[in-house]
Design a protein around this ligand. Structure first.
Ligand SMILES: [Zn+2]
Ligand SMILES: [Zn+2]
Ligand SMILES: [Zn+2]
Length: 144
């Protein structure tokens, strides 16, 4: 079994990125538990190990992971962005986002049909990432 962490690192590498100790640890943190982190949380956890780690480096690492679709950036209303491991190619997930309270609910299915993948192949497009979010109101907010 390939772990989520290994999968994410392979995806980083195949996109041409070097696996620096900092990148490895950001990935490790995000894939270790099913949890959501803010940039500040990631930074404060990792700076114990990497004393010179700047918050900028964490931002840039996360931006790369988001670009590759490995990590989802969830903008919860009025709060800092929250980062969550989303999975790589074969196994990733999407979100339903509440427009009132900003809650992002994980949905395990990917709605991209096989026909769409075929169309991409036809135009020789190397797809790295796609995004799909559903916006609406969560259960609690509907009854408010
Ligand atoms: Zn809501
Ligand atoms: Zn999620
Ligand atoms: Zn998908």
């Amino acid at each position: 079994m390939v772990t989520s962490q290994e999968q994410a690192l392979v995806a980083l590498k195949s996109a041409g990125f070097r696996i620096t100790p900092q990148r490895r640890d950001v990935v490790e943190l995000l894939t270790s538990k099913k949890r959501r982190f803010t940039v500040q949380e990631i930074h404060s956890r990792l700076k114990q190990k990497h004393s010179g780690l700047s918050i900028d480096t964490v931002y840039r690492t996360l931006a790369t992971l988001v670009e590759l679709g490995i990590v989802a950036e969830l903008n919860l209303r009025g709060d800092a962005s929250i980062y969550e491991y989303q999975g790589t190619d074969d196994h990733h997930h999407h979100h339903a986002i509440c427009m009132r309270c900003g809650k992002a609910i994980c949905l395990e299915e990917c709605p991209v049909p096989a026909a769409f993948e075929k169309s991409l192949k036809k135009i020789h497009f190397q797809a790295l990432n796609h995004s799909f979010e559903v916006y609406g109101y969560c259960r609690e907010c509907q009854s408010r």
